[in-house]
Design a protein around this ligand. Structure first.
Ligand SMILES: NC(=O)c1ccc[n+]([C@@H]2O[C@H](COP(=O)([O-])OP(=O)(O)OC[C@H]3O[C@@H](n4cnc5c(N)ncnc54)[C@H](OP(=O)(O)O)[C@@H]3O)[C@@H](O)[C@H]2O)c1
Length: 320
């Protein structure tokens, strides 16, 4: 089997995690890296033994010896960087959130679909074995009919001025950075979109939301209570209550390696430790889809990424 040759666009904080995970994935490698600053690309390439660096993002997109690009730039750059690569025929794994508005995400999806090129949001939590096992258990009725979902992803990050997390022009804010995980997990466990959404936020002086509380209501009667924040130390866990039992995923929810199911038959623990740092599963999923010629991933369907962005846009993400 030929290696899938990855290019990394924007070697920032999270790209280091991606490159570290690549060592745990077979039949694929990081072939080149592109930065706005060639020195940063060189340092990254040296650390991970990446054989080449690209002159800039455009050169990476145009490189005929690259099969797929991992986009790790700030949220507000995702659309332009993804479209640049998709138009050049590259498969794209784009960091979460797919974009900062539903309109931007639609543009990306249309670009990929019109060319039959692969596009996936890097919502790595939806590819983790523990999360997939937990979702299977729920689908198989281990906790009965779903009544309530409670989930939090709030952290207290001492954000320096201008940091992408609080900078509106870079797509900052709790909803776009943290809330996106919760809406995806709600989609995964509920299996359908909500019929009603209510939210309240408090904002930073820059205008982005510092924290948001979201209530979702489903046709089935399921209610979800989600909270996200970037300057609030929350529980970062999940609890799903059914009429026959409870599923719990402990902190740190987004990197889950375990889940606990309690029902009338007792307790069952799901234990699925990462082989590396957890990013290996999203890379494997993208590789599997690209090899099969799929346009999108069944684990992180493009339509669900669009649906989540519609909800985020409706709540007011990118609009504070
Ligand atoms: N999956 C996860 O667990 C996870 C965790 C954290 C972040 N993320 C996502 O990953 C993406 C990057 O986050 P990060 O924490 O890695 O950010 P970061 O450390 O700031 O890195 C972002 C990189 O983007 C490039 N860039 C391009 N245009 C830029 C601009 N106008 N301003 C600033 N940087 C620009 C820079 O690289 P060059 O200048 O070198 O090209 C920079 O190093 C975001 O979409 C975020 O939501 C995901």
């Amino acid at each position: 089997v030929k290696d899938i040759r990855w290019g990394i666009l924007a070697p920032g904080h999270i790209a280091y995690k991606f490159a570290a995970a690549m060592s745990a994935v077979g039949n694929s490698r990081v072939e080149s890296v592109a930065s706005r600053d060639p020195e940063r690309a060189r340092a990254f390439a040296a650390k991970f033994s990446v054989p080449r660096i690209s002159e800039d993002y455009e050169a990476l997109a145009a490189d005929p010896d690259i099969d797929a690009v991992y986009i790790a730039s700030p949220n507000a750059c995702h659309r332009d960087h993804a479209v640049l690569c998709l138009e050049a025929g590259k498969a794209v794994l784009c960091e979460k959130p797919l974009a900062v508005t539903a309109d931007e995400a639609e543009t990306m999806a249309a670009s990929a679909r019109s060319r039959g090129v692969f596009l996936m949001e890097g919502l790595w939590t939806r590819t983790l074995p523990a999360v997939l096992s937990a979702a299977r258990a729920v689908r198989q009725g281990e906790i009965g009919s779903l009544l309530r979902l409670e989930a939090d992803y709030s952290f207290d990050f001492p954000v320096p001025g201008g940091h992408r997390l609080i900078e509106p022009s870079l797509g900052g804010g709790a909803l776009l950075d943290a809330g996106v995980y919760l809406l995806h997990l709600a989609r995964l466990f509920a299996g359908v979109p909500p019929k009603e959404v209510h939210a309240v936020s408090s904002s930073a002086p820059t205008g982005v939301d510092l924290q948001t509380l979201i209530h979702l209501e489903y046709d089935s009667g399921l209610l979800a209570q989600l909270s996200c924040g970037i300057r609030v130390d929350g529980r970062r866990d999940l609890r799903l209550i059914g009429d026959r039992g409870v599923l719990e995923i402990a902190a740190p929810l987004i990197a889950a390696e375990t889940a606990l199911i309690r029902n009338d038959r007792g307790e069952r623990r799901i234990d699925e430790p990462h082989r590396k740092n957890g990013f290996e599963y999203e890379i494997e999923e993208a590789n599997r889809c690209i090899r099969r010629g799929l346009g999108e991933s069944p684990l992180v369907p493009l339509d669900e990424s669009l649906e989540v962005l519609r909800l985020l846009t409706g709540i007011g993400a990118a609009g504070f």
